[in-house]
Design a binder for this molecule. Structure first.
Ligand code: NDP
Length: 243
């Protein structure tokens, strides 16, 4: 595949960092965005550069549409093109239904759904045939096996409609649009050694957490030549939680 440029939101740590490093290993120049972790984003850029590719870290709060559009434009200014957008940045609001505030609803919908829409719209202006838009959803968009996750599940399931609609809008231009639903994955958001982890592990068919690199491998497949005829699809990587 010819030289590619990827933009990964929330690439400072966890799943986003693993995706950035994998895409770089596969030959892409990679821009990562972050909200607060400037140092850690810079460390990811150094690891990208260690593969021989170019890297860049940009601050872009997912709640700030202007910053998101600017991140897309700065990617194209810096590296000349944009081929792969990965909507990964996310938060994990959790708790009793009666305690969820309207502010939390608005923030969560903005970070997961509105940001993905804004970024896809901006990225599509620059993408040519072979472009890829991949969003990171959640197995909780498909099945919700525990209480306390209504808002999170609602916000992630919005990505299903986004993905299917964009696949139709952008298919005629040769751009594919897909969704990856991780299950329990060992990151700071969901550590595999937390008190809750044992219950999550028990819900899987394989009896284990995913590693961020498992999610990155599926993103890499969708982003690469092997993904050329996959669009409007959701791939679940959850060690069988939703089996
Ligand atoms: P982490 O908490 O480890 O990392 C979250 C990333 O998102 C960080 O890079 C963070 O940046 C960024 N981020 C958070 N809030 C914002 C914001 N408002 N604006 C911009 N960036 C932001 O999470 P994971 O790596 O575990 O999660 C990555 C994605 O995978 C999320 O969308 C999550 O919902 C999803 N997912 C995770 C699962 C899991 O079990 N871990 C399961 C299913 C889905 P910074 O470092 O600057 O704060």
């Amino acid at each position: 595949m010819p030289h590619r440029v990827a933009l990964v939101t929330g690439g400072s740590r966890g799943i986003g960092a693993a995706i950035a490093e994998r895409l770089a290993a596969d030959g892409a120049d990679v821009v990562v965005t972050y909200a607060r972790s400037a140092e850690r984003a810079a460390a990811v850029v150094r690891r990208v550069e260690a593969t021989g590719r170019r890297g860049l870290a940009l601050e872009a709060a997912a709640t700030d549409a202007a910053q998101l559009v600017a991140a897309v434009d700065r990617t194209v200014t810096a590296f000349g093109r944009l081929d792969v957008l990965v909507n990964n940045a996310g938060i994990a609001p959790f708790g009793p239904l009666e305690q969820v505030t309207l502010e939390e609803v608005d923030t969560t919908m903005a970070v997961h759904a509105r940001a993905a829409f804004v970024l896809a719209q901006a990225a599509a202006r620059h993408m040519g045939s072979g472009g890829r838009i991949i969003s990171i959803g959640s197995s909780l968009a498909e099945r919700v096996p525990y209480p306390g996750w209504t808002l999170y599940a609602m916000s992630k399931s919005a990505l299903i409609g986004l993905t299917k609609g964009l696949a139709r809008d952008l298919g005629p231009r040769g751009i594919t649009v897909n969704l990856v639903h991780p299950g329990s994955t060992d990151t700071e958001m969901n550590p595999a050694d937390s008190p809750e982890a044992e219950q999550e592990r028990a819900y899987t068919a394989l009896g284990r957490y995913c590693d961020p690199r498992d999610i990155a491998a599926t993103v890499a497949h969708l982003a690469g030549e092997g993904g050329r005829n996959i669009t409007g699809a959701a791939v679940t990587v959850d060690a069988g939680t939703t089996a």
